[in-house]
Write a protein that binds this ligand. Structure first.
Ligand code: NAD
Ligand code: TYD
Length: 358
């Protein structure tokens, strides 16, 4: 039985990862530590809350005492750090919390993993690993050609991507300096179920269903490289198991699309299958995002050749699955956007941290 400490497991990718792991393995125990910010919803995990291999602890990754207690009380084999402030637009409005959680929170986790796993100077319990879930945004922006490889210099532009780049460099420094067993994954944009509707794809779906305008930043020609979330979860699973210590792995499936193409794809699907009154009049070009990265494109060669990882869900399939999921889960969408879950968690946990519950 291996014990995974998953931080930020109530968010989009973290909750998909927990479902993926508990479906795939009977011999893993998952402890999900989440602060339940606006982006964290235990509803994402309601179907597994009775699973004996799963436990939730309400806590902040910046809380030294609490994170140390969790490590001491549980025999943690792997730490998978998803916890982060993750939205670029919010980082432009309020950068400080991004530094707090994404940088200082990661340093806190590194120190606690190091203290609890070390057996001597620069030696650690065997088969333990700290996996930092990072992003392709740390590399900055591409022109029309070329791809991000693991050797592309870091050149972040937003406070979000700068905070992730800062964390990555510290994670790597703990390997170089202390030999702490780490890996870093840098994935492209994810889409799928449970994504908070401030991000492009669920925002488009939500707005269309409500016949609200869809804000398209700038000329709509910025390019993102989209990957179905389950393919990212599979990549993380294989990096934890087989990734070479100290290495970075880029994750992506060569699926580059302009934003306006994504918007049109979703409008057309909903028009043809759900509501024929919907049309492209909903598109509204608005002022561009400050410092807006033009193009992201991942070269996934390293993870493909070293770890035999390949994306399994083509975009044409994944986007329909995703739209259908949001159509089938309108209550979820209502509750996350209205803050209803948030009110409930505030009542349940208040200021209490380090609280175990289902
Ligand atoms: P998300 O915003 O949906 O979820 C973040 C989770 O972290 C939430 O549950 C939130 O409550 C929790 N959290 C925030 N601050 C915390 C703190 N101080 N202590 C404990 N928990 C805290 O984000 P996501 O899209 O699931 O992204 C997860 C990770 O993957 C992030 O590190 C992000 O940088 C990275 N990533 C995301 C994408 C993407 O397309 N969404 C792509 C590549 C990498
Ligand atoms: P987003 O989902 O915020 O992801 P990221 O900025 O981390 O890549 O945005 C994806 C792209 O969509 C990005 O180029 C910004 C653009 N965008 C819009 O045009 N309108 C919107 O309302 C949002 C949220 C994003």
């Amino acid at each position: 039985m291996k014990t995974y400490l998953v931080t930020g497991g109530a968010g989009f990718i973290g909750s998909n990862f927990i479902h993926y792991m508990l479906n795939k393995y009977n011999d893993v125990r998952i402890i999900n530590v989440d602060k339940l910010t606006y982006a964290g919803n235990l509803e994402n995990l309601s179907s597994i809350k009775e699973n004996k291999n799963y436990q939730f602890i309400h806590a902040d990754i910046c809380d030294k005492r609490c994170m140390d207690k969790i490590f001491k009380e549980n025999n943690i084999d792997y730490l998978v750090n998803f916890a982060a402030e993750s939205h670029v637009d919010r980082s432009i409005q309020n950068p400080e919390i991004f530094i707090e959680t994404n940088v200082k929170g990661t340093v806190n986790l590194l120190n606690i993993a190091k203290e609890n796993w070390e057996t001597g100077e620069n030696t650690y319990k065997e088969n333990h690993k700290f996996l930092q879930v990072s992003t392709d945004e740390v590399y900055g922006s591409l022109d029309d050609t070329g791809y991000f490889t693991e050797n592309t210099p870091l050149c972040p532009h937003s406070p979000y991507s700068a905070s992730k780049a800062g964390a990555d460099m510290i994670v790597k420094a703990y390997f170089d300096t202390f030999k702490l067993p780490i890996n870093i994954t840098r994935c492209s944009n994810n889409y799928g179920p449970y994504q908070f509707p401030e991000k492009l794809i669920p925002l488009i779906i939500n707005n269309i269903l409500k016949h609200r305008q869809i804000p398209v930043y700038g000329d709509g020609m910025n390019i993102r490289d989209w990957l179905y979330v389950e393919d990212h979860c599979k990549a993380i699973d294989s990096v934890i198991k087989n990734g070479k210590l100290g290495e970075v792995y880029n994750v992506g499936g060569h699926n580059e699309r302009t934003n306006i193409d994504i918007v049109r794809t979703i409008i057309n699907y909903i028009k043809e299958n759900v509501d024929d009154t919907v049309n492209e009049n909903l598109i509204k070009y608005v002022a561009d995002r400050k410092g807006h990265d033009r193009r992201y494109g991942i070269d996934p060669q390293k993870i493909q050749s070293e770890l035999a990882w390949h994306p399994e869900t083509p975009f044409e399939v994944g986007i329909i699955k995703t739209i259908k999921w949001y159509l089938d889960n309108k209550n979820w969408m209502e509750n996350v956007t209205s803050g209803k879950y948030q009110e409930y968690y505030n009542k349940m946990y208040g200021d209490k941290t380090c609280t175990r519950s289902q």
